[in-house]
Design a protein around this ligand. Structure first.
Ligand SMILES: [Zn+2]
Length: 79
């Protein structure tokens, strides 16, 4: 379950149980809130995010587990 806390979103990885944080700009946050309430395609809503960052929003998987599962590259925006 994704939590929006100021300009940051927090989610717990269901594989390793670790919490990860992604900081968004004001514009990205507005778009994200719309996406979370209305649905749609995240890659169209937030093209500024890379594959790993979008997957984190969709599934909550942290970058390390994503690397194992999908081979997605790392991101500096998730910590
Ligand atoms: Zn993980």
């Amino acid at each position: 379950m994704i939590i929006v806390n100021a300009n940051e979103i927090v989610d717990r990885c269901s594989m390793c149980g670790k919490d990860s944080h992604l900081r968004l700009t004001d514009e990205e946050l507005e778009v994200l809130k719309k996406y979370l309430s209305n649905g749609g395609y995240i890659q169209e809503c937030l093209p500024s995010l890379n594959k790993c960052e979008r997957e984190f929003i969709k599934s909550g998987y942290c970058p390390s587990c994503q690397e194992l599962i999908f081979g997605n590259g790392k991101t500096k925006r998730i910590y």
